[in-house]
Ligand binder design. Structure first.
Ligand code: ATP
Length: 261
């Protein structure tokens, strides 16, 4: 099942990913418009994180084509995809440096955009370091944790740690931000703040966003388009209202979630 987007920043065509006998992705077509928020949902093990890992160069797809802005990206490293193609992501399991402050964790994101000569040229490091430090303060304020800059990142409440992860991704100045279960472990109030943050990222930072979530309030209140995976296959896509009424989606995923709730 394919999606048709008029101005895609990212396009995956027939993407497959196998782990031995496990088919994690089975010929998935996926496009992301330059300025949209796309929700990615599906049952556990349906391939959502694998798709994000393939998009961001952490896994290599075993078949298919990937393009960012029309440029082939299938064999690019995650570092190049971040630095030269404008992709950034957060992880399902929070990955913060435990001995570093919030500010330092976000600075790491910014340094990934530096070129090798920035640390050699006399006019490079000083100016870039100063600019980076100012940008970090601005990003921390933007995500709402400016007052926690000097705290050890892993000492923060869970919801705030997730915001540090988002801040670190924003520090790379991406054009496409991939969020893997950003609401996991958040209480309903934190999840509402997250919804607002995703909207602000999209509107004020002018970037496309992909959100994997099991929290349907977050998906339905942020995404303009939703894609549903089941057993590595795209079983539905469209606007949130249409997708949530789709009988295949109710059977494979949403029906079960509502029954279990
Ligand atoms: N590195 C890996 N090695 C082996 N199998 C893997 C690997 N990564 C993912 N898989 C398998 O691929 C399938 C899809 O997993 P994936 O993590 O993408 O699902 P998911 O939809 O993100 O699930 P969840 O909602 O639980 O996070 C699963 O069967 C999983 O066990």
């Amino acid at each position: 099942m394919s999606t048709t987007v008029t101005d895609p920043i990212f396009r995956a065509t027939g993407v497959g990913c196998r782990f031995g006998g496990v088919i994690a992705l089975d010929s998935v077509d996926f496009e992301i418009g330059r300025n949209e928020i796309v929700g990615l949902i599906g049952p556990n093990g349906s391939g959502k994180t694998t798709l994000l890992n393939v998009l961001s160069g952490i896994y290599k797809s075993t078949s298919g084509e990937l393009e960012v802005d029309g440029r082939p990206s299938r064999f690019m490293s995650s570092r190049r995809l971040s630095r030269d193609y404008g992709l950034a992501r957060t992880f399902q399991n929070i990955r913060l440096c435990s001995s570093l402050t919030v500010r330092e964790n976000v600075l790491i994101g910014m340094h990934s955009r530096f070129k090798w000569y920035d640390s050699i040229l006399p006019f490079g490091p000083g100016s870039r370091e100063k600019k980076a430090a100012a940008n970090v303060e601005e990003i921390l304020e933007f995500v709402g944790i400016g007052d926690k800059a000097d705290e050890i990142a892993t000492d923060l409440a869970y919801g705030d740690q997730r915001r540090v992860e988002i801040a670190r991704a924003l520090a790379t100045s991406p054009r496409l931000l991939l969020l893997d279960e950003p609401a996991a472990g958040m209480n309903p109030r934190e999840a509402r703040v997250l919804v607002d943050l995703i909207h602000r990222i999209h509107a004020e930072r002018d970037m496309a966003v992909v959100v994997i979530e099991h929290n349907m309030n977050v998906v339905m209140n942020t995404a303009s388009r939703v894609m549903v995976l089941d057993a590595g296959l795209c079983i539905a896509h469209g606007d949130p209202k249409t997708v949530s009424a789709d009988p295949h989606v109710l059977e494979a995923y949403l029906g079960k979630r509502f029954r279990d709730a």
